[in-house]
Design a protein around this ligand. Structure first.
Ligand code: FMN
Length: 280
């Protein structure tokens, strides 16, 4: 199995961390991931900072603000992206690649777009006027037992389940489910889109295949969800995550291609077109 496919299958939100510190060489490897993942398909610059709170007192770390969702974390990845077209998708795409890299290093993470105090983290990355700070993630070794809050969160979001293939992937329109045999080798790439994390586990991605090697990515918005979190659009971040999974797995499976703006002439109802993959 390829490294990224394995990381996608293994990744899970970790909200409870062990006291074991992260080794210096692993911290450096994480910072390397930041440098390698600074650009997404829409071209908005993305940057990251590794914030280490190891020297701080427990009380201070607590006040940093994750509203009690994260337990025991001493380090965080903070992200910033230049505001503009495709910023949320680019952020999701780049940050997920960092998260999968961290997973490969044996480290736990948790996407957080809602339950953190934005202003205090924005200061840590010295976000400028034109930048947004859509998400952060704790990073460290997973604790061996999930906290009560962690378990409640998972149950509330239904984190252990994913929508079935037939509800996500379609052929030549929005009604006909896509047969696995008709994907032209992209079945694993799509399966890995399906396994991805999403805000509140809403899984808003939909993909329509149109002819050989052309896959259109759409956002099916959860009603009211865009207003739940101010200033950032988490479901577009989810779309960026889906794009990264598809591309990473396609490349690992030796399928050449790239992202294009090619909105098809089909009735997508209220779904929002995002981007298309075209096989080379
Ligand atoms: C964009 C985004 C934002 C998220 N925001 C939060 C958050 O604010 N707090 C939190 O505890 N989990 C958050 N999550 C984690 C999701 O709840 C989690 O990915 C989903 O329930 C699936 O569970 P899994 O990651 O363990 O597979 C977020 C995930 C994504 C992709």
């Amino acid at each position: 199995m390829g490294l990224m496919i394995e990381a996608i299958r293994r990744r899970v939100s970790v909200r409870t961390y062990a006291a074991r510190p992260v080794e210096e060489d692993k911290k450096l490897a994480v910072v390397d991931l930041f440098r390698a993942n600074a650009a997404g398909p829409f071209g908005q610059p993305v940057r990251f900072a590794l914030v280490d709170f190891s020297e701080m007192e427990r009380e201070e770390v607590r006040t940093l603000g994750t509203y009690g969702t994260i337990r025991g974390a001493r380090m965080y990845i903070v992200s910033a992206v230049r505001d503009g077209r495709g910023a949320m998708e680019d952020l999701g795409y780049c940050f997920e690649k960092v998260i999968l890299g961290a997973t490969s290093l044996g480290l736990g993470t948790c996407w957080m777009g809602g339950t953190f105090r934005r202003a205090s983290f924005a200061r840590r990355i010295a976000a400028s006027e034109g930048e947004l700070v859509p998400a952060v993630s704790p990073i460290g070794y997973a604790g061996d037992k999930r906290s009560v809050m962690d378990r409640l969160f998972r149950r509330f979001a239904g984190s252990d389940a994913r929508k079935p293939w037939d509800e996500l992937f379609f052929d030549s329109g929005m009604t006909e489910p896509l047969a696995r045999e008709a994907t032209g080798g992209y079945a694993t790439a799509l399966e890995c889109v399906r396994l991805g994390p999403s805000a509140s586990n809403k899984q808003p991605w939909r993909v329509v295949r149109q002819g050989d090697g052309l896959f259109h990515f759409y956002l099916k918005r959860t009603p009211g969800y865009d207003r739940m979190v101010r200033s950032t659009d988490l479901q577009l971040v989810d779309m960026g995550i889906a794009l990264s999974h598809f591309e990473l797995v396609a490349r690992e499976d030796g399928l050449a291609g790239g992202w294009v703006q090619a909105p098809p002439d089909l009735d997508a109802g209220s779904l929002r077109y995002v981007l298309s993959w075209r096989a080379a």
